[in-house]
Design a protein around this ligand. Structure first.
Ligand code: ADP
Ligand code: MG
Length: 610
């Protein structure tokens, strides 16, 4: 990653949303949203396969949704990186056809063709790239893409894959709430906590973040994957329909043109009611004539109040999961177009006990934050930008169905950990490496991510082969696992089949389970975790130092602390106290550098703006 970065190269940030996508770029005067010639920035995440064979993306596709429901693909983000069974429940809401292929993966089916969700996302990314390239006047290739904080490996991988299909080089996947926080000027230079409330078109996400030592850590996420502005529209559509049609027959009789007009009118009324106490519109129903509707803000708020109340319940849950009180929050950040609705703002204000920050346009915030990240990546010090953490631990199955964790939950990424394993049976010439994600000790309680075989081990007594397994997680949170028999040099790497994502509920349940069982063998486990962490830090820091071009006087103490920690791991692997002290020392030293790098880079772009 670092070797490719040139100082003058442009990397743009892309918010690849469920409803809308957009691109932005970091400029000396702050993040700049890239717009179409007509001034619009949001590109609807909609792809329409027209009967004449042409494929259109964005607003044009959205306008065709009612005319060609089976040909218009919307909300594809719900399917990306997930299995057919994971998404079975989603399909009901879709007007287009989704089938499950022989590998158990969902495919969009139009005419006699099938498309993977990544292929559809790639179309959207390509459209966003084209808007960006035109706005900037030259071809864009390098991007940073945002995803929800709860996206797992498979969903992140699939997002990267979509970028590849679009001919883009995805330099990093960033969590949406982290990006939004950056856009609001929370740049990691000061420790604190933030609640990020993101109400979009079809989804609601709330994340509680802790910013410490320059690292954005996701403490909890909650939300509702079927709650958003579209639901507000639907309520208004029903309201309009009851005023203009009086029987079910009459409703059935409305043609796609009239339905489209009503849908547009609903959204337009919603926008107007953000400013005015009442809104009136004349709707052209084509053959059915035209009609005038008036909706008051009071009525609108009455309709949506139960939905808004549900979002607040999620906020409470997220705070409880993060073990924080509302008074502990340093920032309340609003994201998503639907947070423009006045009732939403009032309810959050009441919940948080203070007015939320509104200095940034809520539907542009994620894209702008992605641009800030992209700007830092395009600079020179990217090797030390430690902004994200691993959401769930990663490990492999060892004897007795136990998961041995190599990379721990909340480890900062990038990270690489190697551990040695051996055979269990005499003359074993192959071993299966099964990779798991989760917090629990036993394989059946974790999620299998994939597996591969290391063959060609020469016959030896059990326990003699030395098999080094390396887990490498890159800056995007994407995992690669390799195994090498040290005596013979035989090697194998995992084929990471785009595997099946965890649903939000599963992540939550796995976390809860692990917390419930955490006391089982705490101290032994603690020591193992500490050792793993120490090892990860030694490896990670050594690598980071190799890549960085920091002056020797800044790295001297880090090098020394790294050596001490490596030595202690050899000589006193059971000395919890000693290891902890050395780990803390090293973290403090590296955090300072990460902090300096991030704050100088991001702060510079922010202060240039003001
Ligand atoms: P996503 O993140 O889900 O892709 P966005 O953050 O772009 O989506 O939010 C899209 C939603 O925001 C739509 O339902 C849209 O109607 C709504 N929205 C945009 N502007 C406003 C506004 N001024 N008032 C109310 N809702 C709005
Ligand atoms: Mg969004």
């Amino acid at each position: 990653m670092t070797d490719k970065a040139q100082t003058d190269e442009l990397v743009i940030g892309i918010d690849l949303g469920t409803t809308n996508s957009l691109a932005a770029v970091a400029t000396p005067t702050g993040p700049k949203v890239l717009r179409k010639q007509d001034g619009s920035a949001l590109i609807p995440s909609v792809v329409c396969f027209r009967p004449d064979g042409e494929v259109v993306v964005g607003q044009e596709a959205r306008d065709l949704a009612l005319q060609y429901p089976e040909r218009t693909v919307q909300s594809i983000k719900r399917l990306v990186g997930r299995s057919g069974s994971d998404v079975a429940a989603e399909l009901e809401g879709f007007s287009f056809r989704v089938i499950t292929n022989e590998r158990g993966l969902p495919r969009v089916s139009v005419d006699d063709k099938e498309y993977s969700p990544e292929q559809i996302s790639a179309r959207i990314l390509a459209a966003v790239r084209d808007v960006a390239s035109r706005a900037l006047g030259h071809e864009i290739r390098a991007v940073v893409i945002t995803v929800p904080a709860y996206f797992d490996d498979a969903q992140r991988q699939a997002t990267k894959h979509a970028a590849e299909l679009a001919g883009l080089d995805c330099r990093r996947i960033v969590n949406e709430p982290t990006a939004a926080s950056l856009a609001y000027g929370i740049d990691g230079s000061k420790d604190g906590t933030a609640l990020v409330y993101d109400l979009g078109g079809g989804t609601f996400d709330v994340s509680v973040l802790r910013i410490r030592d320059g690292v954005f850590q996701v403490l909890s996420t909650s939300g509702d994957t079927h709650l958003g502005g579209d639901d507000f529209d639907r309520l208004l559509i029903d309201e309009i329909l009851t005023t203009i049609a009086h029987s079910a027959d009459e409703l059935e009789g409305l043609d796609p043109f009239a339905r489209q007009a009503i849908r547009r009118a609903a959204e337009s009324l919603k926008f107007q009611l953000g400013e005015a106490d009442a809104a009136t519109l004349t709707i052209d129903l084509g053959a059915a004539g035209s009609t005038e509707v008036t909706v008051t803000r009071q009525r609108f708020e009455q309709l949506i109040a139960p939905l808004v109340a549900r979002t607040i319940t999620c906020c409470r849950r997220a705070m409880r999961d993060a073990e924080l009180e509302v008074s502990d929050l340093d920032h309340v950040v609003l994201v998503g177009g639907s947070t423009r609705v006045p009732l939403v703002r009032r309810e959050i204000e009441q919940f948080a006990g203070r007015a939320p920050a509104t200095s940034v346009d809520p539907d542009l915030a994620v894209g702008m934050g992605a641009a800030l990240q992209a700007g830092v990546l395009a600079g020179k010090d990217s090797s030390l930008l430690l902004l994200d953490v691993v959401p769930l631990s990663l490990g492999l199955e060892t004897m007795g169905g136990v998961v041995s964790k190599l990379i721990l939950r909340n480890a900062t990424i990038p990270a690489s950990v190697t551990e040695e394993f051996s055979t269990q049976v005499d003359d074993q010439t192959a071993v299966d490496i099964n990779v798991y994600q989760g917090e629990r000790e036993r394989v059946e309680d974790c999620r299998k991510l994939g597996s591969f075989k290391l063959r060609g081990i020469p016959p030896m007594p059990a326990g003699l082969p030395r098999i080094a397994v390396t887990f490498t997680i890159d800056a995007d949170g994407v995992l690669r696992v390799s195994a090498r028999e040290q005596r013979t040099g035989t090697e194998a790497e995992i084929q990471i089949v785009p595997s099946f994502g965890l649903t939000d509920e599963e992540v939550k349940r796995m976390m809860e389970d692990s917390i419930e069982h955490a006391f089982d063998d705490m101290s032994a486990r603690e020591l193992v975790e500490l050792r793993n962490k120490a090892q990860a830090m030694v490896t990670g820091t050594t690598k980071a130092l190799e890549l960085s071009d920091l002056p020797a006087d800044r790295t001297y103490s880090i090098k020394r602390a790294t050596k001490q920690l490596a030595a202690a791991l050899e000589s006193d692997p059971d000395d919890t106290q000693k290891l902890r002290t050395l780990v803390d020392e090293l973290s403090a030293l590296t955090a300072q550098i990460a902090d300096d790098v991030i704050s100088s880079a991001v702060k510079k772009s922010l202060s240039d703006e003001s």
